[in-house]
Design a protein around this ligand. Structure first.
Ligand code: DOR
Length: 440
């Protein structure tokens, strides 16, 4: 069990969105006290004291969409390296996707991932179960899961569910959260043929175009409304989808956006080539603006990274042989806090989109707020100094970032998981282990 920890004189983000200059005491993995001053003489003898003067204390970030590649694809990433990257990025919990090998489509595969994470992960973990054409029973019973993942497109093999009748069967049964990767596979197939032979990666955004995303989101919304089924739209990427939700978003629907869909657009292909290739693809500068507005207005609820690392060798294969995806957990919080410091949003908004609202959407108890009784998942950030994203500092096994060279503030100085220090001023405490998340 972790030792008591006193964090002294931080700017503490309180649940009401105000800041308090004060102290936080953690004990037995929980937040024990939040107050303007906790006297050292009141502390247990073994308490560790941290001076946080000049730093800001936020609830630990919860990344609700990552691909950590274990088991089966560990040459790209594994649960240890990915969780180290999380700790560096201020992310204290993650929700991971089922496209590992074997696929996470039954209880046995889920149990295997939970065991691996308990042995290796520095931060807290939860897993999705993936829908296939014939695992409905597992979708209803596998436990614990944060939700059911459906790839409506951009996938091949058993995880691709691109037929409406199959989708409808899944939406019709049970009440678990369904998270969709919304791209229309038939349209993607047709456009792949139409643009065959083009090797400029910029064509990726035209092949998997906005219309493909809109069509799938419309279908998911239709089914969600028909069955009043809890729906979460993953990495929403287009102005058209944001406008659709602005007109018509049932109370049981949530949606997320990635930092890359807010901050990068199709111009990025010219500078970083296939490192900009992901699914759904990057869009236009206009889409960036509309997504920002939708996020600020509450049409979009959460930020997720879709951390999807591939090796540089894989990314060098030449389009269309290059895999889609980019890493994100190390940079997401600093990217968003930099935007806040530059006036595009506020620090409390970032903490809400990346922590409080995530805990709420996935019904993760006792997380996402700094208040007594809540889990001591915390991040101390420095909002005063800037430091660039450097390839040689990347902790993720893939060893690169699409944001290299971006000068960011709001980097994690200290990341605390269940009261234990997992990352401290550039150093990982690799012996720290997170816990399995609970849902509902
Ligand atoms: O670009 C992507 N890559 N998008 C996804 O949804 C999957 C991911 C991957 O696993 O590589």
């Amino acid at each position: 069990m972790s030792k008591p920890l006193l964090i002294r004189q931080a700017q503490i983000l309180l649940p009401d969105g105000d800041f308090l200059q004060g102290d936080v005491l953690t004990q037995a993995g929980r937040i024990a006290q939040v107050s303007p001053e906790i006297r050292a003489s009141d502390l247990p003898a073994d308490a560790q004291i941290l001076d946080a003067t000049g730093l800001t204390l936020l609830p630990g970030m919860i990344d609700p969409q990552v691909h950590f590649r274990e088991p089966g694809l560990e040459h790209k990433e594994d649960l240890f390296t990915a969780s180290c990257a999380c700790a560096r990025g201020g992310i204290t919990s993650f929700l991971e996707m089922p496209n590992t090998r074997p696929l996470t489509i039954d209880q046995a595969a889920l149990d295997d991932k939970l065991r691996r994470a308990s042995e290796k992960s520095l931060v807290n973990y939860g897993f999705f179960i993936g829908a296939t054409a014939d695992n409905l029973e597992a979708l209803l019973t596998a436990n614990p899961v944060c939700g059911i993942k459906i790839f409506m497109g951009s996938m091949h093999g058993a995880l691709l569910i691109d037929q409406e009748d199959l989708l409808e069967k899944i939406f019709a049964q049970g009440d678990r959260l369904i998270a969709v990767h919304a791209e229309d596979q038939a349209r993607i197939f047709q456009r792949r043929e139409q643009f065959a032979g083009i090797t400029d990666p910029a064509i990726h955004s035209q092949i998997q175009d906005s219309q493909a995303a809109l069509m799938a989101t419309q279908l998911a919304l239709k089914l969600s409304k028909k069955y009043r089924r809890r729906l979460h739209i993953l990495h929403l990427s287009t102005a058209a989808e944001a406008e659709l939700l602005r007109q018509d978003k049932p109370a049981w629907v949530t949606a997320e956006v990635t930092p890359q869909h807010l901050l990068l657009n199709t111009d990025a292909y010219a500078t970083i080539g296939t490192l900009a290739q992901m699914n759904p693809p990057l869009r236009s500068a206009h889409d960036n603006e509309v997504l920002w507005q939708a996020l600020r207005d509450g049409v979009l609820d959460l930020i997720a990274t879709d951390h999807a690392p591939h090796t540089l060798e894989e990314k060098a294969q030449g389009y269309p042989h290059t895999p889609s995806g980019m890493p994100g957990v190390e940079t997401s919080m600093a990217l968003m806090l930099t935007q806040a410091m530059q006036g595009r949003c506020t620090v409390p908004q970032v903490a809400n989109w990346m922590s409080t609202a995530v805990a709420k959407a996935y019904q993760i108890p006792n997380k996402g707020l700094i208040q007594p009784g809540y889990d001591a998942d915390l991040v101390l950030v420095d909002l005063n100094t800037y430091h660039p994203v450097r390839r040689e500092e990347v902790v993720s096994k893939c060893g690169w970032s699409s944001f290299e060279g971006w000068n960011l503030t709001g980097w994690a100085v200290l990341t605390i998981v269940g009261g234990q220090i997992a990352f401290e001023r550039g150093q990982l405490h690799t012996e720290v282990r997170g816990k399995a998340l609970q849902f509902g």
